[in-house]
Design a protein around this ligand. Structure first.
Ligand SMILES: [Zn+2]
Length: 314
């Protein structure tokens, strides 16, 4: 009998904890003292906005930690978070295909004056196609720009302009914070450049093709087990080609991701004898990273260390 009681108590406590967790999850960060309310889609945008906005902004990130960002679809509570915001910041429709519809829904919901900020342009999506476009080197539809710190800096410049537009009185604070952020992002770029300056390999095998911009910046090539989105997994014949290239190039590491499934990465590692390491696409943080307070810079530094090992750098 005591056992049964203990079990019931346990279930009751667990249910209580779960409902508190769910309630917290749905709670919005509300401005309390005239701050600018900002909705962001993904973590790097949250990081940049909080760095520039400081204590003048309250940010709600729509895609929560631990959620796979590519196949995300907003729930009514997410639309409400956008409706309650002055600014809605996203990367590009090539990444958040739902963002513009969500902005329209927010406007219809009463946010007539919401300022919607696309933080990056991509060549082919935004401009005319280049006839001589080289498929192998182009990443015209690759919106994972934040993995190149200098492109994250470009994103931060658009965020700065938008904050000044909606809150001109704080423009000096925003400008000063953005200048400090720029120093940090350039220092990160220098650090990665040094880490990857002298490497034995020129290619890494990654879980999905999220790393085109960082690869272009630091001069290596990514070989993907899936396409631009993790759901576009390569078929058996493509995987066989990847395995051949791993053998031919002498690649010793397969770079898994923290959030998407490891199944394919594990099986290719087992087949080739390669070691699994983690390379973070930084779309969102894991719940553990968020609660430990690991930020964009911390995770990018750990990415640099992973790439240093995987590329066999000195
Ligand atoms: Zn991705």
């Amino acid at each position: 009998m005591p056992n049964k009681l203990t079990y019931l108590t346990f279930v009751l406590v667990l249910t209580l904890i779960m409902s508190v967790v769910v309630a917290c999850d749905r709670e919005l960060n509300e401005p309390s003292g005239g701050e600018v309310s900002v909705a962001t889609t993904t973590y790097p945008l949250t990081y940049l906005t909080e760095k520039i906005g400081g204590n003048r902004v309250v940010v709600n990130q729509v895609v929560k930690p631990g959620i796979e960002a590519h196949d995300f679809e907003p729930a009514p509570s997410d639309i409400r978070a956008i409706t309650n915001s002055t600014l809605f910041i996203y990367n590009h429709p090539a990444f958040e295909s739902w963002a513009l519809n969500a902005a329209t829904a927010a406007r219809n919901d009463g946010a007539e004056r919401i300022v919607v900020v696309q933080t990056i342009n991509l060549e082919s999506s935004d401009e005319d196609h280049d006839e001589d476009h080289d498929e192998d080197h182009g990443h015209d539809d690759d919106a994972h720009v934040w993995l190149n710190p200098l492109k994250a800096l470009e994103q931060s410049e658009r965020i700065l302009s938008a904050l000044i537009e909606v809150d001109p009185e704080s423009s000096r604070d925003y400008t000063r914070n953005a200048a400090a952020l720029s120093v940090e992002l350039r220092a990160l770029d220098d650090l990665i450049s040094r880490e990857l300056a002298n490497c034995n390999l020129g290619s890494v095998v990654v879980s999905h093709l999220a790393f085109g911009h960082i690869a272009e910046r630091y001069g290596f090539e990514q070989i993907g087990l899936a396409g631009l989105s993790p759901e576009f997994e390569s078929g058996p014949s493509q995987i066989a080609q990847v395995i051949d290239r791993i053998d031919a190039l002498g690649i010793k590491h397969i770079l898994r991701e923290p959030i998407v499934s490891d199944r394919l990465a594990e099986s290719v590692a087992a087949e080739t004898g390669a070691t699994l390491l983690t390379l973070h696409p930084l779309e969102v943080r894991t719940s553990a990273e968020a609660s430990e307070g690991l930020d964009y810079i911390d995770i990018m530094k750990s990415n640099a260390a992973t790439l240093h090992t995987a590329l066999g750098c000195n």
